[in-house]
Design a protein around this ligand. Structure first.
Ligand code: LLP
Length: 421
């Protein structure tokens, strides 16, 4: 499928008015995907919630759009929760994740109201119980288990192998049982169920089918053998997008209806009483609705390579350097010219690994040309740094023919505000 992108004249206008590098999100596309999720992740048998995984990309405008589209939120830090609260998201729509929530983060979340805490380990549960008792405040509790299902993704992205730092291995049943008992003995806490997440950029629906089988088998045992009621099940995120033509992810509706059908089947067959099912897409909402627009600068030839350097790089997109992630790009200035050259599209950071695209197909490209990199919307801005003291780019939302800045470009002065003399 050819990749769609905003009209070149709109991109030029954004570059002229906002400068480059600039991150551009097609807000209509963002909302469209959110609607595909809420529209197809539905069942007559149980309640469903789609939680946007804020870590993929978060700012107030993004949170407001997701809130308006009826999504709930997965947040992993006090900072993410602070941003969500600032956008008007109430505690009951926030699911607080993370493997090492600090006492302060936990306390602040309790102060916000009753939401969900996804407890990652025993020590954390102790902290949560202490906080609930001290503050006499209610909270819903979900325990993150590690089902040991390994999805085929890059090693750094997989989270559910046996030795993962996340969640409690599903075969440590005594530990899980003790945790449920401890939560239930605390009058302020309400144990709701389990969470699992098997990786990211998962292209095969079969991986989710395997996760569902393992999770329902577990829930069944917990209910039958321990007599514990499990009301809620959260299957995590990980739905893939297309970065290059090599990636052929299934459509959102297909993944959602398959997950729903499999869960309905398990619930009926095992006579379970699951009342709420959740998923947590991040990348598949923010990823391919986002682009980075750069300006080409100097070029350089070696014996075997032609380099084009752009005015950003690993500081605004660490993914190629960190995961060998692949992207596609186009020359917006020469949009009608044939892409018959191969360039190494490199960033301006002081690091040999700062190559955004090793073999970028482009027409002959000149200094000053605008280069658009596709599908940078997830884990680009959210993992951005000030390496080499590069200010973070501006972020712009487009809708139809109009656009608005949702995060302004960082300035040198912004970066200096933290220095204490
Ligand atoms: N839920 C949990 C518990 C997660 O750990 C994650 C991602 C998600 C949901 C959302 O997954 P998604 O739908 O976005 O795949 N920085 C890496 C990705 C790390 C993903 C971490 N957890 C990257 O740039 O590829």
């Amino acid at each position: 499928m050819p990749l769609t992108y905003p009209r070149p004249s709109l991109l030029r206008e954004i570059a002229d008015n906002c400068g480059t590098p600039v991150m551009i999100y097609d807000e209509d596309a963002l909302r469209q995907t959110m609607r595909e999720y809420t529209g197809s992740f539905k069942s007559e048998m149980f309640e469903t919630s789609v939680l946007y995984a804020s870590k993929a990309f978060l700012c107030k405008a993004m949170a407001k759009a997701a809130l308006e589209e009826g999504l709930h939120f997965d947040a992993v830090s006090g900072g993410e929760i602070y941003c969500l609260a600032g956008a008007g998201v109430p505690a009951e729509k926030i699911h607080f994740h993370g493997n090492n929530k600090t006492p302060r983060e936990i306390e602040e979340f309790f102060r916000m109201g009753r939401g969900h805490i996804i407890v990652d380990n025993c020590d954390e549960l102790t902290l949560v119980i202490e906080t609930a008792e001290r503050m006499a405040s209610p909270m819903d509790i979900i325990i993150r288990v590690n089902p040991g299902v390994e999805a085929h993704t890059h090693e750094y992205i997989a989270t559910a192998t046996k030795d993962s730092k996340f969640g409690i291995s599903i075969d440590r049943e005594d530990e899980i049982r003790r945790m449920i008992e401890a939560a239930e003995n605390c009058p302020h806490l309400s144990f709701k169920g389990f969470h699992s997440h098997i990786g990211s950029q998962i292209l095969e629906v079969e991986a989710f089918a395997a996760e569902i089988r393992v999770m329902f088998d577990f829930v069944d045992r917990v209910q039958q053998q321990w007599g514990v009621e499990v009301e809620e099940l959260d299957l995590g995120g990980g739905f893939a997008i297309s970065y290059t033509e090599k990636d052929n992810p299934p459509a959102t509706e297909e993944v959602c209806s398959r997950i729903i059908a499999l869960c309905e089947e398990e619930i009926t067959r095992r006579k379970l009483d699951i009342r709420r099912l959740m998923i947590e897409p991040g990348r598949s909402i923010a990823g391919d609705a986002g682009y980075t627009l750069y300006t080409a600068g100097c070029r350089k030839m070696t014996d075997s390579k032609s380099f084009i350097f752009v005015d950003g790089g690993m500081a605004d997109n660490i993914r190629p350097a960190l995961y060998n992630a692949e992207y596609t790009c186009r020359n917006i200035t020469r949009d009608n010219a044939k892409a018959d050259r191969t360039y190494a599209l490199a960033g301006k950071c002081c690091e040999s690994g700062d190559i955004l695209i090793k073999e970028a197909r482009l027409p002959e490209t000149f200094p000053g040309d605008l280069i658009l990199v596709h599908s940078t919307g997830a884990y680009g801005y959210s993992m951005a740094s000030n390496y080499n003291r590069l200010p973070r780019p501006a972020v712009v939302f487009t809708s139809g023919e109009s656009y608005r800045t949702v995060i302004r470009r960082e300035t040198y002065e912004d970066m200096m505000t933290l220095d204490v003399e």
